[in-house]
Design a binder for this molecule. Structure first.
Ligand SMILES: Cc1cc2nc3c(=O)[nH]c(=O)nc-3n(C[C@H](O)[C@H](O)[C@H](O)COP(=O)(O)O)c2cc1C
Length: 263
């Protein structure tokens, strides 16, 4: 029987062991999203693990939610990330950059552009988040237009190409933990009436398009996706808890102030 310390093939890579470092937001980047001076040392110190998945990294300006998180969409980001990937490779490690669009889990005080967050629908998460002045409510986001959803898909593909240009071995799409992709999946956050809302197929469309566009950009054998089905986090309700209710019945979510339907 294999153990966590045995080698494994993952996509196009032979990893020396089966241990993967979970992505962890560090908030140590510069204000423009370039990774800070500590990043190369921090990740190189951990290069003996089978695979490093980096902290969530925004694929666009609007993708940022928290303070001083890194980006991977400008030439400055690419140059700065290259120092980290080279330091990890010099120690024999492998590193995937996690592409994280925070969606409505964002606060204007946390971003250099100070814009309202974007999301499938203009529904606040009912959550608080850390800002430079302490915990604040995450405000109501602006709903993306249908055209902007397509542009956001393209942003993920561009960010994936940028990650490879920076020397990363691949990317992990962050589809979990109540951020933009899960906001599309969950009827509690997605009440759209276009092709990205309504049925399960429509709500899953954004996640699938992001995965397809990213795979086409850099190859499916170095594209991963992280999912967290059923996570009851920050106003996310996916309907999985309806298992014992009749299909089509509605049920109130009093805490969140609206009703949803079992699918
Ligand atoms: C401070 C902190 C930052 C995190 N940042 C990310 C992140 O950027 N992307 C992500 O997918 N998960 C993130 N997570 C979730 C972790 O990857 C992990 O799933 C979580 O800590 C649960 O694992 P554990 O039970 O071993 O702690 C973060 C968790 C913590 C505590």
């Amino acid at each position: 029987m294999s153990t966590p310390f045995d080698p494994v093939r993952l996509g196009r890579y032979d990893l020396p062991n089966r241990l993967v470092m979970a992505p962890m937001t560090r908030s140590r980047a510069n204000l423009d999203g370039t990774p800070g001076a500590l990043a190369a040392d921090y990740y190189a110190q951990r290069a003996s693990i089978g695979l490093i998945v980096t902290e969530g990294t925004q694929p666009s300006e609007d993708g940022q939610g928290y303070m001083t998180t890194p980006g991977i969409y400008t030439s400055e980001h690419v140059a700065a990330w290259r120092a980290t990937t080279e330091a990890v490779h010099a120690k024999g490690g492998h590193i995937f950059i996690q592409l994280m669009h925070a969606g409505r889990m964002s606060h204007p005080d946390n971003t250099p552009h100070h814009r309202q967050g974007v999301a499938p629908s203009a529904i606040a998460p009912g959550a608080q988040m850390f800002t430079p002045t302490g915990l604040q409510d995450a405000p109501t986001p602006r709903a993306l237009s249908t055209e902007e959803v397509a542009a956001t898909v393209a942003d993920f593909a561009h960010a994936a190409r940028s990650a490879i240009e920076a020397g990363a071995d691949g990317v992990e799409i962050h589809g979990a933990n109540a951020y933009l992709i899960q906001q599309f999946l969950a009827p509690s956050a997605n009440q759209r009436t276009d092709r990205y809302g309504g049925s399960i197929e429509n709500r899953a469309r954004f996640a699938i398009e992001v995965a397809q566009a990213t795979s086409q950009a850099i190859g499916a054998d170095r594209t991963g996706i992280r999912l967290s089905p059923g996570t009851p986090l920050w106003g996310i309700v996916e309907g999985l808890c309806c298992a014992n209710r009749p299909q089509g019945s509605s049920w109130p979510l009093k805490a969140l102030g609206y009703a949803t339907r079992c699918v």
